[in-house]
Design a protein around this ligand. Structure first.
Ligand SMILES: [Zn+2]
Length: 274
C-alpha cells in the first residue's frame, strides 16, 4: 500500500488488452496510490467505451476524439457525434451527482511516423478538433510523432485565433528536444512523460525531466503501451505509474512525495478536476 497519491493522466484501460482483468487493473492502481486516472481515446466508439467506463469508477476521467491514425474514420457528422456523447455523458453524470467525466479532447495531432491516415486528412481533422475543444471549452491531449513543425504550426494558429484554453492541455509522451518543449510551454501546454523516461537511452525525455519546472509536468503510463523499467516487456498498467515518478525523482534529486503531490495537482489543474 502506498501513502502517496498519483494521477495517471494518460492510459487506455478501455482497450481490449484489459478485457480479462480490467477490475483488477483498477484495483491494483488504487493499491499503488494511483487514485486518479484519465482514459485517452482514439475514435468515436473508443470514446463511448471510455466514457461508459469512467462513469463506473470514482476519480476516473476520459477524453474523446480521433487519434491521428484514425482520422481517416472522421466524417462530416463526427464533431456532432462527439458533442452528443459529451452531452449524454453529462446528463448521466448529473444523475449520479458528479461532474462530466469527459475532461479533454484527445488524443489529437499528427503522426508522420506511421502515416496511417493521409497527412492532409490528419491536419484537417486536427484543426476541426481544436475548434471542437474551443466550443466545449476543453483542454486538448496532443499526440505528435515526427511531425513537430507541422503540428506546432497548427497549434500556433489555434493559439493566435484564441482557440486554446489558458491551460491548453498536454503534449502527450513528449519525445522532442528541450527547445521544442519550450515552444509548447509558451502556448500554454504542459509536458507529459511516460515509460521511455525510464529507458537508459532516452536522453531527451531525461533532459526534460531534469530541467522542466515541476508545475509543468504530467505523468502518464499510456498503458497498455510503453511499459516502464523494470516491468518492460510486460503489458503496461496504471499501477506502474510510480516507477515513472521514481525515475523523475532520481533525475531531479527530489523527494518522491514532492513529485507525486505536484504532478497530481498539475493533472487536476489542467483537466479542471475539483
Ligand atoms: Zn495514448
Amino acid at each position: 500500500m502506498s501513502n502517496l497519491t498519483w494521477f495517471d493522466t494518460h492510459c487506455h484501460l478501455q482497450d481490449k488488452a484489459f478485457a480479462a482483468d480490467r477490475a483488477q487493473v483498477f484495483q491494483r492502481a488504487k493499491e499503488e496510490g494511483v487514485e486518479y486516472i484519465l482514459l485517452s481515446t482514439s475514435y468515436l466508439e473508443d470514446s463511448r467505451a471510455a466514457a461508459e467506463l469512467a462513469l463506473q469508477y470514482e476519480n476516473v476521467y476520459c477524453s474523446m476524439g480521433f487519434h491521428p491514425h484514425d482520422t481517416k474514420r472522421w466524417n462530416a457528422n463526427s464533431a456532432q457525434k462527439l458533442k452528443n456523447l459529451y452531452q449524454k455523458t453529462e446528463i448521466q453524470a448529473k444523475k449520479m451527482d458528479r461532474a462530466n467525466p469527459i475532461v479533454a479532447i484527445g488524443e489529437i495531432g499528427l503522426d508522420y511516423y506511421r502515416d496511417l491516415s493521409p497527412r492532409n486528412v490528419q491536419q484537417q481533422v486536427f484543426r476541426e478538433q481544436l475548434l471542437l475543444a474551443y466550443e466545449l471549452q476543453l483542454p486538448v491531449i496532443i499526440h505528435e510523432r515526427e511531425a513537430f513543425q507541422a503540428s506546432y504550426e497548427i497549434l500556433r494558429w489555434a493559439y493566435e485565433q484564441g482557440f486554446l484554453q489558458k491551460e491548453a492541455g498536454v503534449a502527450h509522451c513528449f519525445s522532442g528536444s528541450w527547445e521544442s518543449a519550450q515552444l509548447m510551454l509558451a502556448l500554454g501546454f504542459v509536458i507529459g512523460l511516460d515509460g521511455p523516461v525510464t529507458y537508459k537511452n532516452a536522453k531527451r525525455p531525461k533532459e526534460i525531466a531534469r530541467k522542466i519546472s515541476l508545475d509543468k509536468l504530467l505523468l502518464e503510463t499510456d498503458a497498455p503501451y510503453l511499459t516502464p523499467e523494470p516491468k518492460r516487456g510486460k503489458r503496461n498498467e496504471s499501477a506502474y505509474l510510480p516507477y515513472i515518478g521514481q525515475e523523475i525523482a532520481t533525475l531531479r534529486s527530489e523527494e518522491l512525495k514532492i513529485i507525486a503531490e505536484q504532478t497530481t495537482a498539475n493533472g487536476k489543474r489542467v483537466f479542471n478536476i475539483k
